[in-house]
Ligand binder design. Structure first.
Ligand SMILES: [Fe+2]
Length: 497
């Protein structure tokens, strides 16, 4: 796949196909619906180079780190920015500051923020997260054993309890100034947090409480936490899993917490060789999914065995009577000897909790290769219909590619795609809610054009992504393809009951 894609990109570069000037916005950004041909530009003006096989894929092209922090208040807008958008879109990613990182996941955290107000794009900023590892300048272990403040804080951002936090999975969060994106410092919940914090915490939309976990390379291997709406950490309980498994995400309903204990296991040999990622694929160690009451006690967790697989991300979960429904992006494996990830597909787990033993049935919701799921977060843990995904292609030597954005309507089963063409990479799409119904709002995502290496913030209709962007904010600096973002509204818009 990687070789053929490289060949394809080289062929494309040879033809000189690239972005045409003066086109309609939808054509300019390659709007097209699923199954229809990608619109081809009419006037070649630039080309893009094929990947260099001697350079790690995450250090080149649309993934390559940027080496400066930029602040700009002069932003060009193409199309019409929805005037009801008042807030800041912030996204985190891996951006090594001191030479090549050994893995895409192991660069220093950098946040990118775009401020939108009443139809205007007011500012763009990018800032490294000031961690001890950034200061030490030598990668994950350069500031000592990873953990606590020693983490790269490069995965996601969270706004909760009046604080903007950068999250990095293997240690404490870092508090950021929401206006300047400058780092305030590591945040350990007033010394109450004694474990790492996942980059995928969940805010219960009814209570405002924050549910999260931390996993460790050494006991306690898994700890469940709850913080009150003001950010006070009020509960921390160990979950006895007996092994150091990598857990990137989990799920909640209005009554349950769902963990997946899958066979990507801490491995010291892996940590000290190769990519430096301290995990290995151990399918023989087994895989299981656990359900426990929201708020604990963790001793009440019940498990059901599943076929070995890996799941980075869940889209959402909810209760249907005795059944817990969880939508996940399922990979057949991860962190193997030959590849760290494989393209994932969307699967729905139905976990029957009524009997003495849990029963789990899985069905495929979509065969489209995609991940980085997002929803209308006002429906976290509740029945929902709409999910958005970054399409993922290729796990070969060119790495992951992000060719478009998809909308999966789980009510109809229909998948719509914005496939902007081979010259554009599109990352995670985040909903900015501005209306009282599910998915009423605007979808925000960063894109980068391989032919110009220019990045934009694009605005899509959440229920018509195939139409392409309704507006584009052209940014003064490239935004490398990264991980997770959040929309931080000046005033949240409530969902109608
Ligand atoms: Fe993630």
């Amino acid at each position: 796949m990687g070789t053929s894609r490289r060949h394809f990109l080289a062929t494309m570069a040879g033809t000189g196909l690239a972005v045409a000037g003066g086109a309609q916005l939808a054509t300019l950004l390659g709007g097209c619906s699923s199954g229809s041909p990608v619109s081809e530009p009419s006037a070649p003006v630039a080309t893009f180079a094929p990947p260099d096989p001697s350079v790690p894929w995450w250090m080149q092209g649309v993934f390559a780190p940027v080496d400066v922090e930029t602040t700009s208040t002069e932003l060009e807008v193409v199309g019409s920015l929805p005037p009801e958008l008042h807030g800041t879109f912030v996204r985190n990613g891996s951006n090594p500051a001191h030479g090549p990182s050994t893995h895409w996941f192991l660069g220093d955290g950098m946040v990118h923020g775009v401020r939108l107000e009443g139809g205007q794009a007011r500012s763009y900023r990018n800032r490294w997260v000031r961690t001890p590892i950034l200061a030490a300048g030598g990668g994950l272990t350069s500031a000592g054993v990873p953990g606590g403040p020693n983490n790269q804080s490069n995965v996601s951002v969270l706004h909760h309890g009046g604080r903007l936090l950068s999250l990095g999975e293997v240690g404490y969060p870092f508090e950021l100034d929401p206006e300047t994106l400058d780092t305030v410092g590591p945040y350990d919940f007033d010394s109450r947090l004694t474990t790492a914090m996942t980059a995928h915490p969940k805010v219960d939309p009814t209570t405002g409480e924050l549910h999260f976990f931390g996993y460790g390379f050494f006991p306690p291997y898994l700890t469940y936490h709850v913080a009150s709406p003001d950010g006070t950490l009020r509960l921390s309980q160990e979950v006895d899993i007996g092994r150091p498994a990598m857990m990137h995400d989990f799920a909640v309903t209005d009554r349950d917490v769902v963990f997946w204990d899958l066979p990507v296991i801490f491995d010291l040999d892996a940590a000290t060789s190769g990519s430096g990622m301290p995990f290995a694929w151990r399918p023989e160690a087994g895989a299981r999914v656990g359900v426990m009451p929201l708020g604990g006690p963790t001793s009440a967790i019940r498990w059901v065995e599943v076929e070995p697989c890996f799941v980075y991300h869940s889209a959402n979960a909810h209760r249907e009577g005795d059944t817990v429904v969880v939508d996940v992006c399922r990979l057949p494996s991860a962190m193997t000897a030959t590849t760290d990830t494989r393209p994932s597909r969307v699967e729905r787990w139905r976990i029957d909790t009524s009997g003495p033993q849990l029963r789990l049935d899985a069905e495929t919701l979509s065969d489209n290769r995609m991940d980085l799921p997002t929803i209308d977060r006002r429906l976290t843990g509740r029945a929902y219909r709409h999910g958005w995904y970054a399409e993922v292609a290729s796990d070969g030597p060119d790495g992951s590619q992000f060719p478009g954005i998809a909308h999966l309507d789980s009510g109809t089963g229909q998948l719509e795609r914005w496939a902007p063409g081979p010259w554009l990479a599109a990352g995670e799409a985040v909903l900015a809610p501005t209306g009282a119904g599910e998915a009423e709002g605007h979808l925000l995502a960063f894109t980068t054009d391989r032919s110009t290496m220019r990045s934009s913030l694009v605005v899509l209709d959440p229920l018509d992504v195939a139409a392409g962007p309704v507006a584009e904010v052209r940014l003064p600096a490239r935004v490398p393809v990264g991980f997770h973002g959040a929309w931080i509204p000046d005033e949240p818009t409530a969902l109608a009951p």
